[in-house]
Design a protein around this ligand. Structure first.
Ligand code: NAI
Length: 330
């Protein structure tokens, strides 16, 4: 049918937004079969720039696009939303404490949680990109209890894709030949990129690479530091790779992961792998019929256990800090 999917991008006047909006319009998130009604949301301060992005999207005459609209009121942007990609956030500025940035961001997610709960479709699928991504998603979940917890996710797909790319490069194979890496935990420097179950052209990654010291050391650091490396090179943070990865996240969620393959998504923990229930934590997941499931039964060695727990501890503390910030501002 021609009934369009209503897709919202928040923070659409920002740099990820500029890379993401055309990808979404080309069908990278929702597929080439569905028409798209795109809503762009940003703050009033950015309204003029947002209108500029909207004009460019109109001028690009995308085949799949039914309509594009620009909004500064979340309640208006979220009406009947099917998919909401949340990139909007407050950047850390020089001299700001971590707690100040955290406070500003979680307040945005508390407010937008209410707007989503009252205005979006009951089955709206949400992915939070803006940092602190896991904790923003968890705050959103807490303040929008009407939305099924399974529909609130955060993006760790960029970290996942970075890990695939690194292993491809190291082994001299194409990135597409690398499968089933896992990002566990927080989208932060405590994330644990796990190669214990990864394969390269069907063989175990450890066997193909033959360098456990690299995989357990330099590789982990390289994935964790990749964001900083991009900032150093571009003087701006990752934007096109973040945009492309969030399209991968949404596409797989809606259309399913491939047989025998999984991806990484920040989802609410049900206690799997000993991760405290209720944390938004990155797990290996498969998707079918528009739903994700955490991959079960993977063997976790002692080293992995420790790294997974460290990230869980950080997330628990981050969530407590977020709640404290909100209590102060309430
Ligand atoms: P940016 O600063 O260029 O854009 C953010 C946009 O959000 C701005 O246009 C701003 O006006 C808007 N915004 C602020 N408050 C808003 C609100 N209440 N409602 C709607 N829009 C609002 O930043 P950029 O580079 O596009 O990054 C966006 C976020 O994504 C940042 O938090 C960044 O840390 C995060 N990020 C996450 C990644 C991940 O892997 N999860 C990867 C890369 C970036």
């Amino acid at each position: 049918t021609r009934r369009p999917v209503n897709v919202v991008i928040t923070g659409a006047a920002g740099q990820i937004g500029y890379a993401l909006a055309p990808m979404v319009c080309a069908g990278a998130a929702t597929g080439r079969e569905k028409a798209i009604a795109l809503r762009l949301l940003d703050v009033p301060f950015a309204e003029k720039a947002l209108r500029g992005v909207m004009m460019e999207l109109e001028d690009a005459a995308f085949e799949l696009v039914e309509s594009v609209s620009a909004h500064v009121d979340p309640e208006e942007a979220f009406v009947d939303a099917d998919v909401c990609i949340m990139v909007g956030g407050f950047p850390r500025k020089a001299g700001m404490e971590r707690k100040d940035v955290m406070g500003k961001n979680v307040a945005i997610y508390r407010e937008q949680a209410r707007a989503l709960a009252t205005k979006a479709k009951p089955g709206v699928k949400i992915v939070v990109v803006a940092n602190p991504a896991n904790t923003n998603a968890n705050i959103l979940r807490k303040f929008a209890p009407e939305i099924p917890a399974a529909n609130v996710t955060c993006m760790t797909r960029l970290d996942h894709n970075r890990a695939l790319a690194k292993l491809g490069g190291k082994s001299g194979r194409a990135t597409r030949d690398v499968k089933n890496v896992i990002i566990w935990g927080n989208h932060s420097s405590t994330q644990y990129p796990d190669v214990n179950h990864a394969t390269i052209e069907g063989k175990t990654a450890r066997e193909v690479i033959g360098d456990d010291a690299y995989l357990d050391g330099e590789f982990v650091d390289a994935v964790r530091r990749r964001g900083a490396e991009i900032i150093e090179a571009r003087q701006l943070s990752s934007a096109l790779s973040a945009a492309s990865s969030v399209c991968d996240h949404v596409y797989d969620w809606l259309n399913g992961t491939k047989e025998g393959e999984w991806t990484s998504m920040g989802v609410v923990s049900d206690g799997s792998y000993g991760v405290p229930e209720g944390l938004v934590y990155s797990f290996p997941v498969t998707c079918t019929g528009g739903k994700w499931q955490i991959v079960q039964g993977l063997t976790i060695d002692e080293r992995s256990r420790k790294l997974m727990d460290e990230s869980a501890t950080e997330l628990t503390e981050e969530f407590e800090l977020a709640e404290a910030c909100l209590a102060e501002s309430a």
